[in-house]
Design a protein around this ligand. Structure first.
Ligand code: TEU
Length: 536
């Protein structure tokens, strides 16, 4: 593995800055907080940090509404803080990935303000999708496209025109046919690459181009005129040239959420994105056949294009892993996000532990979302008045939204804010309230407990770094009981085995048990348990 291809087998930790660590005691996480916790991240054993958008933003969508890419959100710090953080992390061998949101900007971005002021027909409006409405007086939206957050994708402005927003109304979509839109984003990429970012995570990467005729979605067909358009590939090819012009080359990581594996693979080419998140794994129920099939499909898609797979169990948009796996239907769909579904957290935790060993043993890179290493559950009883997620508000609460997985981390102590806010001042109320019973989930309480989730992740990440069979490469399934997933890595004696059945399973031949997600029983692997083995 070439050093500049570090991303092929990396373990990347996702930092949701707002909820990671608060150094100045205002209840909101910040860059100084992340810096103070770099030793924790180094000790955890991750290779890179991906930061959710940390730019100036009115925070209508947790920072995915960017007002200015060249400024840091004042609650998070300054540009100098970001530069220092990137440098300090690198000092510990940890690279930085920044989040780029090409599909839209904030309605407070200069471009959108100028477009509103300049009025219909102006060149300023051309950077967005402004249209006249339908109906006798233009009182109906220009087409029937839905917003991902519920309701119409169009909002009307006082002069009567409508603008397109595939997400919240505070996130107007950019027109990527406009040369200035392309130029500006390439400059933003340079801005962050010049400041040491090792790569970018590209938000909603498959959504940036639209059918310029803006046709209605026809019920009963699969045509979606706002996603996965062929024109997109041209954009990422020019981004790749830009990324490759740096030394070392910078990595492009796409959030490409497409159900069709072949369409997905078209983004992963030697002249396009390096990797993209595999959401199939995250959406897969805890079922041996389904997981085996998902893993095989994923690898079948990646191998011919030469891109490594990525394994993702969680992120800031998804119900927390231990909660998801503690439910009867553990797949990702909006139904599973309905709160109040009976959840067995103990079962969910056992499965999440086994899933951790599974995902960390698979070939390719792996993404961890902050708090996953602490085994945090989804917070399902946030009071309505503290919820900020537009998904909750635009659906009038029908969708519980995503704030339940964004609750500030518990670091230490026995009561909120559990060390999240360094200063003990009265202002230090976390922006989302933490459950009072999280004292046994703090990093501090887990660090000396050999059976904790944190210790499991530390040991697994440590082994992943040192064991030559792990990271990038190949795998082969071992035959046997279909409710047991077992595979070897890179033709070596390394085996990962996970028992998803209901009875204990014998371990495949081995000389050494490297790690298990739970205790063995009479030398057998109990249900909902995984192990890493070595045979010479
Ligand atoms: O998410 C893209 C996306 O498609 C989401 O709507 C996703 O389907 C949903 O959140 C699943 O619950 C990205 C970001 O990850 C998300 O946080 C942003 O809200 C969104 O883009 C808009 O920028």
């Amino acid at each position: 593995l070439q050093a500049h291809e570090w991303w092929r087998g990396a373990a990347i930790y996702q930092v949701y800055v707002r909820s990671f660590a608060d150094a100045d005691g205002d209840g909101v996480g910040d860059l100084a907080g992340v810096r103070s916790r770099l030793p924790y991240l180094a000790r955890l054993g991750v290779d890179a940090l991906w930061f959710n958008p940390w730019y100036a933003s009115p925070m209508a969508d947790g920072g995915y509404d960017v007002a200015d890419y060249r400024r840091i959100h004042p609650a998070f710090g300054t540009l100098a803080d970001a530069e220092q953080l990137i440098a300090d992390a690198l000092e510990l061998g940890i690279r930085t990935i920044v989040d780029i949101v090409p599909n839209h900007v904030s309605d407070q971005h200069d471009w959108f303000r100028q477009a509103l002021a300049a009025g219909p027909g102006s060149p300023e409006r051309d950077r967005f999708w402004f249209r006249e409405g339908r109906g006798t007086a233009g009182e109906l939206p220009p087409n029937n496209w839905p917003s991902q957050f519920g309701g119409s994708a169009w909002t009307r402005v006082p002069d009567g025109q409508w603008y397109l927003h595939r997400f919240a109304s505070q996130q107007p979509d950019l027109n990527w046919q406009h040369p200035e839109v392309r130029r500006e984003h390439e400059e933003v990429l340079r801005f962050w690459f010049d400041r040491g970012a090792a790569g970018v995570r590209i938000d909603s990467a498959a959504e940036v181009a639209k059918d310029p005729l803006l046709p209605d979605v026809v019920e009963g067909t699969d045509e979606r005129p706002y996603i996965d358009r062929d024109e997109i590939h041209d954009i990422y090819r020019s981004w790749r040239k830009l990324a490759d012009s740096y030394s070392p080359p910078r990595a492009l990581i796409g959030e490409v959420w497409l159900p069709d594996p072949d369409r997905f693979a078209r983004y992963l080419r030697p002249d396009e994105l390096h990797t993209a998140f595999n959401f199939g794994f995250l959406s897969c129920p805890w079922d041996a056949d389904r997981l085996r099939e998902t893993i095989t499909t994923t690898l079948t898609v990646h191998t011919p294009v030469g891109a490594p797979a990525t394994w993702v169990l969680a992120n800031h948009d998804i119900t927390r892993t231990v909660t998801r796996y503690g439910r009867a239907d553990t797949g990702f769909d909006f139904a599973t996000k309905a709160h109040g579904i009976p959840t067995d957290l103990e079962l969910g935790t056992r499965r999440a532990r086994a899933a951790a060993l599974l995902s960390l043993a698979l070939p390719g890179s792996v993404y961890l979302y902050q708090g996953e290493e602490l085994g945090l559950p989804e917070v399902e009883d946030l009071p309505a008045e503290v919820i900020e997620d537009p998904m909750y508000h635009r659906t009038a609460g029908a969708d519980p939204g995503r704030d339940g997985c964004r609750v500030p981390l518990p670091w230490s102590g026995t009561e909120p804010p559990f060390g999240f806010s360094a200063s003990a001042s009265d202002d230090a109320v976390p922006w989302l309230p933490q459950p009072r019973d999280w004292s046994h989930r703090t990093a501090e309480s887990q660090v000396n407990d050999p059976d904790s989730m944190l210790q499991l992740y530390r040991r697994a990440l440590q082994l992943r770094r040192t064991h030559p069979a792990l990271g990038d490469g190949t795998m082969g399934w071992l035959p046997g009981d279909p409710t047991v997933l077992a595979f070897t890595r890179n033709g070596s004696g390394f085996t990962c085995v996970a028992n998803l059945g209901t009875t204990p399973a014998p371990l495949p031949p081995h000389d050494e048990v490297l790690l298990t997600s739970g205790p063995l029983a009479d030398g057998q692997l109990p249900p909902e348990t995984a192990a890493w083995l070595h045979a010479s």
